[in-house]
Design a protein around this ligand. Structure first.
Ligand code: F6P
Length: 324
């Protein structure tokens, strides 16, 4: 391997810049050339490339977003799109790729390795933490800290006004952002797709819960089958006319901001491990960290086996005990 291409794809996540920096610096350390690819698979298809050096990644470890920009590419889902991308890689003498992103990114990377036998290693960059083969994804720690900072502020005003707030958080199909941040803010209830409490379950819990609390915070994962915080709000307004209810959807603030130290360090160590993995012949895999060990997990395993990751009966019991 002489020339590694690097791209970020899908939803951005805080810490992606730290990962890019680590990839570039590790490649230079091992005497490899690095080519930056702009806007993920879109830029790959269109040959939007530039040479990267030590200086192109200076002063970015602390910045949110991604200096390489990102996109969700429809064209790369087609065979023609991938053919065009492969042609660009060949024409620019790029002989391996590091992709930073989540499940959509790895679905594309999997196709690139299987259809063209092209070496690709992935780095888990998503706030959702919904990938198997790593305890945490890059961006998750920052996102849950953003959520708890926001909800702590909501708690202040909820407490002053004796209100019940329903706060919707991101995570796509996963309840991991909701679960951890919900525990972190002392939520009265946490609604996640993995547990499916349902609005009836929430109503029962609220009806049987303490009546003397002046504020209540319900955290709802966007992927929960209740269909969003506003739906929950409508039902609760009807069932509990005595409550003063407000809804808050946190949205994309969860994706921005300076990465936490945990995310910077995770991104740095995984970025170096990705380059070392490619040199050692790894391909078709995501690099992750499990119990502080670096491990490589095939793309198709990383994206399809998240079922019970972290959401165990013990966690759910913890929520029940603490929310009394
Ligand atoms: O995957 C990250 C994520 O922020 C999800 O939590 C969310 O469902 C989705 O991306 C939002 O995507 P977009 O920014 O394209 O609206």
């Amino acid at each position: 391997i002489r020339n590694i291409g690097v791209l970020t794809s899908g939803g951005d996540a805080p810490g992606m810049n730290a990962a890019i920096r680590a990839v570039v610096r590790a490649a230079i350390y091992y005497d490899l050339k690095v080519t930056g690819i702009l806007r993920g698979y879109e830029g790959l298809i269109h040959g939007d490339f530039f040479d990267m050096d030590r200086k192109s990644v200076a002063n970015i470890i602390q910045r949110g977003g991604t200096i390489l920009k990102t996109a969700r590419s429809d064209a790369f889902r087609t065979k023609e799109g991938r053919d065009a991308a492969y042609k660009q890689l060949k024409e620019h003498d790029i002989d391996a790729l590091i992709v930073i992103g989540g499940d959509g990114t790895f679905t594309g990377a999997h196709l690139l390795t299987t259809e063209y036998n092209f070496p690709v290693v992935g780095l888990p960059g998503t706030i959702d933490n919904d990938l198997e083969g790593t305890d945490f994804t890059i961006g998750y720690d920052t996102a849950i800290n953003t959520v708890i900072n926001a909800v702590d502020k909501i708690r202040d005003t909820a407490e002053s006004h004796d209100r019940l707030f329903i706060v919707e958080v991101m995570g796509r199909d996963s309840g991991l952002i909701a679960l951890r941040s919900g525990i972190g803010v002392g939520a009265e209830a946490i609604m996640i797709p993995e547990a499916n409490m349902g609005v009836e379950g929430l109503v029962t819990r609220l009806a049987s819960g303490r009546k003397d609390k002046s504020s209540k915070i319900i955290i709802v994962a966007e992927g929960d089958e209740v269909g969003g915080a506003f739906n929950v709000g409508e039902v609760l307004k009807e069932k509990f006319p005595q409550y003063d209810i407000r809804v808050s959807v946190l949205g994309h603030i969860q994706r921005g901001g300076k990465p936490s130290c945990m995310d910077r360090v995770l991104a740095s160590s995984l970025g170096v491990a990705a380059v070392e993995g490619l040199i050692a012949g790894q391909s078709g895999v995501m690099v992750g960290q499990v119990n502080r060990e670096i491990i490589f997990t095939p793309f198709d395993h990383a994206i399809k086996h998240i079922d019970a990751k972290e959401i165990t009966p013990a966690w759910l019991k913890l929520v029940e005990i603490l929310s009394l």
